[in-house]
Design a protein around this ligand. Structure first.
Ligand code: MD3
Ligand code: FE
Length: 209
C-alpha cells in the first residue's frame, strides 16, 4: 500500500453506497454554477479530461474564486462534508494523528471518458504542500506515479479501481504523475457510473480565504 514515501494507496476504501452518493453529488456539482468543462491550455489545446471545481476554480495554471474561462461565475463553495471525508482519508492512509489538522479548501473533480488521458505533470499551483487526497470511482485506470525530478523514469504503474483512495504527501507531494489509460467497461455499475471514470482530489491551496 505504500507505493513511495508519503504515497499511500488504500484499495476499496469507499464502499458502493459511498461511491453512489459521491457520483450523485458530482452530477449536481457538474451542473454549476460553473459547469464541468475541458480546460483550455495556454497552447490552445483542450484537455481531454473534463473538470469541475469546488472552493477554488483551477484554470491552467492557477486558482481563482471565479471562472474567468467560463463566464466569470463564482465557483460553488467547498462543502464541509468533503473536509470530513478528507480527514477520514488521511486517517486511513497515515493514521489519526496526521488527520486532525487537515483542512482542504478545494476539490477538483475530473471526468474521464474512455479516450481521456492526463499527461505527466506535477501539482504545484498550491502554495501549501499539505497532502492531496485522491478518490477514484468508475472504470479502472492506469495511474503512472513518477518521481519529483523528471517526467520520465523511474515510474510505477498502478491500477486505480472504483472506490480506491490514494494520498500523496511528504516527499511524494511534488512527484510527476499522470493517467495514460482508462479501461472501459471495468466498473461495477452499482458504483453509480455506467461508463467513464471520476476522480475527486482534495487539496489545500494555501490561499487566503
Ligand atoms: C500525486 N488527477 O487532478 S489523481 C490532477 O486521476 C490529477 O484525475 C489524476 O493528477 C486523476 O491533478 C490523478 C492522483 C494524484 C492527484 C494529485 C497528486 C496524484 C498526485 C498530487 C501530487 C502527487
Ligand atoms: Fe495531478
Amino acid at each position: 500500500r505504500v507505493v513511495a514515501p508519503g504515497a499511500v494507496h488504500v484499495p476499496g476504501w469507499l464502499d458502493l453506497d459511498r461511491q453512489r452518493e459521491l457520483v450523485a453529488a458530482c452530477r449536481e456539482w457538474a451542473r454549476g454554477p460553473v459547469p464541468m468543462r475541458a480546460a483550455r491550455l495556454p497552447s490552445g489545446h483542450r484537455m481531454s479530461v473534463r473538470t469541475v471545481c469546488l472552493g477554488w476554480h483551477w484554470y491552467p495554471y492557477a486558482y481563482s474564486r471565479t471562472a474567468d474561462d467560463a463566464g466569470g461565475a463564482r465557483v460553488a463553495p467547498f462543502p464541509d462534508r468533503l473536509g470530513e471525508l478528507g480527514r477520514a482519508a488521511l486517517a486511513a492512509a497515515y493514521g489519526p494523528a496526521e488527520a486532525a489538522d487537515y483542512h482542504p479548501d478545494a476539490a477538483l473533480i475530473n471526468f474521464y471518458d474512455e479516450h481521456a488521458r492526463m499527461g505527466m505533470h506535477r501539482d504545484e499551483d498550491e502554495l501549501s504542500r499539505a497532502p492531496v487526497v485522491s478518490l477514484s470511482i468508475g472504470d479502472t485506470c492506469v495511474f503512472r506515479f513518477g518521481n519529483p525530478e523528471s517526467r520520465g523514469h523511474p515510474h510505477t504503474d498502478v491500477q486505480l479501481c472504483s472506490g480506491d483512495l490514494f494520498v500523496f504527501g511528504g516527499p511524494s507531494r511534488l512527484a510527476y504523475h499522470g493517467v495514460p489509460a482508462v479501461r472501459p467497461g471495468t466498473a461495477d455499475p452499482a458504483c453509480g457510473l455506467r461508463s467513464g471514470r471520476l476522480n475527486i482530489t482534495l487539496r489545500v491551496t494555501g490561499l487566503a480565504p
